[in-house]
Write a protein that binds this ligand. Structure first.
Ligand code: BES
Ligand code: MN
Ligand code: ZN
Length: 497
């Protein structure tokens, strides 16, 4: 991760200088100093490029003099129209242009500590790269940026604003690493091992294997896993940031993730084209794990439990068949019409266990659950399903604030009817129409009336193109959304104790 530092405004003597400039802003302060030191090179370049500071526009000036390797001017748009993410996105845009530099300095007129920390977060998130398996890349082709300094009037406040964000970036990176790993490396046991590392942050981690789950009666989860030689795991991660500090013991908040480390579809096998994408069918679990790392890393004053169901869905002589009936941990029986609708089977047992064991305040599950949600919402929003308007509204609000957007979808009795079975309590698919909704109805049958939200993130966990703060590949969608949900609504306000 790029090393982040804060310093008082001063022209750097070397490296790259990034100036964040709003539309219509007159050169002053650092901008003016840089322009003077380079004999007017910046003003000339901006005039030639007709750069006016519009949001998202950038202008790069190479070797302008004064020892600087490059000056990058990033437009913020008009201050009156600044959106919550403007500084993060500007930091991300700058990072994308800084790969060839080793050290860079970012400044803006009247940069507040918080804005500087936002820019640092954007730059950090954009500079993520998964290069574990590149053995032949020449050193000069690797991104070099190792130190980023943000210029603010009060560096100590900048650093204080950065610290919790550094923990969130760390969680995002953990999720992206997990989601990027190929399935021959990241099987359920390996994924559980990576969860264990969270104990270094003070998270209590407990791992259940197939025999323990069989004893409990996890027939739905184990049915999915039975075709694979890779054993399943369920991991329970607890962060006690409230009760652990001697506070009144509230019920914990629970996050549950689908962790199918590879989804072939099972006997209802998927077509070959694009099947490699199913290595990221553990994206929901990946997000829950990164979220736990973020919350523990910034010592969130809240009790949270994260549960992930980890299985591999394979076809084999021992695989479950279409038409099989399994008995879930809840006691409800399920006719498995399609072995490719496996995520809901995994979640069914983990959600029930979560309620039995923790009686949480509310539960939020995340899953790359249906291709149908991509048909409905594309890659712009996760599908949000909830039995609780207040929780849904909070999620919508933090979605806007973090840019990790959600769109609420309906649930009702008429959709629930579509998963009735002739032989068991329910079947695991409801047909093509409303495929994401019937999947959510299925999950709701394992929720009782506990406040709950389900995020179908099939369209959001992976991206095929670069965005401001998210390079293409694993996005870690949901880590920032849910970290913000916890911070904004479920932790004592800053200062209060
Ligand atoms: N993991 C898939 C859903 C998915 C599809 C995630 C594309 C990411 C990208 C899920 O297990 C699945 O196979 N769902 C089926 C359900 C169907 C059999 C009812 C689907 O969406 O086709
Ligand atoms: Mn599937
Ligand atoms: Zn799946």
């Amino acid at each position: 991760m790029v090393d982040i530092a804060f310093a008082r405004p001063a022209l750097p003597k070397s490296g790259a200088l990034v100036l964040l400039v709003s539309e219509g802003e007159m050169p002053s302060g650092l901008w003016q100093q840089a322009d003077h030191a380079t004999g007017g090179a910046i003003a000339r370049a901006l005039a030639a490029a007709e750069f006016k500071g519009a949001k998202g526009k950038t202008c790069t000036i190479l070797a302008p003099g004064a020892g600087l390797s490059r000056v990058i001017v990033v437009g913020l748009g008009k201050p009156s129209t600044f959106e919550p993410l403007v500084f993060e996105e500007a930091g991300g845009a700058a990072a994308a242009l800084l790969a060839r530099e080793t050290a860079a300095t970012i400044g803006a007129h009247a940069f507040t500590a918080d804005q500087a920390a936002q820019a640092a977060l954007g730059a950090t998130l954009r500079s993520y790269r998964f290069d574990r398996y590149r053995t032949k890349e020449k050193p000069e082709d690797k991104p070099k940026l190792s130190r980023l300094t943000l210029l603010v009037a009060d560096p100590a406040r900048g650093k204080a604003a950065w610290e919790p964000r550094a923990a969130v970036a760390n969680g995002v990176f953990l999720t992206r690493d997990l989601v990027s790993e190929p399935a021959n490396v990241l099987n359920p046991a390996e994924m559980a091992n990576r969860c264990k590392k969270l104990s270094e942050l003070g998270v209590k981690v407990e791992v259940l294997g197939p025999r323990e789950m069989a004893k409990l009666g996890f027939g739905a989860l184990l049915g999915v896993s039975q075709g694979s030689v890779n054993e399943p795991r369920m991991v329970v991660m607890q962060w006690q940031g409230a009760s652990g500090r001697g506070r009144r013991k509230d019920k914990p908040i629970a996050f549950i993730g689908k962790g199918v480390t590879f989804d072939t579809g099972g006997i209802s096998i998927k077509p070959a084209g694009g099947m490699e994408d199913m290595k990221w069918d553990m994206g929901g679990a990946g997000t829950v794990i990164g979220l736990m790392a973020a919350l523990a890393g910034r010592k969130a004053k809240v009790d949270v439990v994260g549960l992930v169901g980890l299985v591999e869905n394979m076809p084999s002589g021992s695989a479950q068949r279409p038409g099989d009936v399994v008995k879930s941990y809840s006691g409800q029986t399920i006719e498995v019409i399609n072995t490719d609708a496996e995520g809901r089977l995994v979640l069914a047992d983990v959600l029930w266990y979560c309620q039995e064991k923790f009686d949480p305040r509310f539960m939020i599950d995340l899953a790359t659950l249906t291709g149908a949600i991509i048909v409905a919402l594309g890659h712009g929003h996760a599908g949000l399903f909830s039995n609780n308007d207040e929780l849904a509204e909070k999620l919508a609000a933090v979605g806007k604030a973090t840019g990790e957007k959600v769109w609420r979808m309906p649930l009702n009795e008429a959709y629930d009817k579509l998963i009735r079975s002739d032989i068991a309590d329910m079947k695991n698919i409801g047909g093509r129409p409303g495929g994401s909704i019937t999947a959510a109805q299925f999950i709701q049958r394992f929720v009782n009336d506990k406040p709950w939200a389900h995020l179908d993130i099939a369209g959001m966990a992976w991206s095929t193109k670069d965005a401001a703060c998210v390079p293409k590949g694993a996005t870690a969608y949901g880590v920032r959304l849910l970290d913000r949900l916890v911070a904004q609504f479920y932790e004592p306000a800053a200062g209060a104790d």
